[in-house]
Ligand binder design. Structure first.
Ligand code: AP5
Length: 222
């Protein structure tokens, strides 16, 4: 499967992507993760990106498009497909993505749009904890780690993302509504959109998607 995951911050894109990556063995490409890695390594891209991410603003299109283009054109691991998480986020990124995927002959099958409500988003993001080492995601009440502050998978230290405070979450939501939400209509017009309820449990959504993809495959759509 070749998928794009769309949705507001905190809709559960990363959590669902981790489940789909495991079950479908698809390549998972998250622009948020790539940018945070650049920040961690203190690269010129990371230094530039940090000033935007800390405010909850979008990193400039040119920079993110280049990053994705490099990843998609240099990676040949498409045998099981790919999953784009957090990209595209603007109309310009969506149009560039269409061109890049056409160039490499790997158009995506479906854009999964996960909608979610603001109060739930604030609750999810303000309680999110991430492993500094392997990037696994937890929630202090919904999905707590077995040992407080320690990752179940690798025993790494859990931390709170600096952009997961209420003020920045509200900015990210405003930016999402203004710049990213219109892409939903862009993909709807292309007949590539599948809307799911982001308020549901990730495991439930994962099972629902697998059943839908299977049925679609049987009807020779993918
Ligand atoms: P990014 O890292 O992509 O952040 P985001 O889109 O804001 O999404 P999040 O990672 O915050 O949320 P998510 O939907 O993945 O939720 P998660 O599964 O973790 O981007 C960060 C920044 O980078 C952006 O603000 C921007 O500045 C920049 N950037 C990235 N891509 C860019 C681009 N293309 N262009 C320009 N700039 C870009 O879940 C959240 C929490 O809720 C977790 O604690 C989880 O355990 C819990 N949870 C999730 N799902 C459920 C559920 N179903 N039930 C209960 N709890 C749940």
């Amino acid at each position: 499967m070749k998928l794009v995951l769309l949705g507001p911050p905190g809709a559960g894109k990363g959590t669902l992507a981790a489940l789909l990556h495991k079950s479908l063995k698809v390549l998972h490409i998250s622009t948020g993760d790539i940018l945070r890695e650049e920040i961690k390594n203190n690269t010129p891209i990371g230094i530039e990106a940090k000033s935007y991410i800390d405010k909850g603003a979008l990193v400039p299109d040119e920079l993110v498009i280049k990053l994705i283009e490099n990843r998609l054109t240099s990676n040949k691991e498409f045998s099981n497909g790919y999953l784009l998480d957090g990209f595209p986020r603007t109309r310009k990124q969506a149009e560039n993505l269409d061109e890049i995927l056409k160039k490499i002959g790997q158009p995506f099958d479906c854009a999964v749009y996960m909608d979610s409500s603001l109060p739930l988003i604030i609750k999810r993001l303000s309680g999110r904890r991430v492993c500094r080492n392997c990037g696994a995601t937890y929630h202090i009440t919904n999905r707590p780690s077995k040992k407080d502050g320690i990752c179940d998978q690798c025993s790494g230290e859990l931390y709170q993302r600096p952009d997961d405070n209420e003020e920045t979450i509200r900015n990210r939501m405003d930016v999402y509504l203004q710049s990213t939400r219109p892409i939903v209509d862009y993909y709807k017009a292309q007949g590539k959109l599948m809307q799911v309820d982001g308020n549901k449990e990730s495991e439930e959504l994962h099972d629902l998607l697998l059943k839908t993809f299977d049925a679609e495959r049987k009807s020779y759509k993918y």
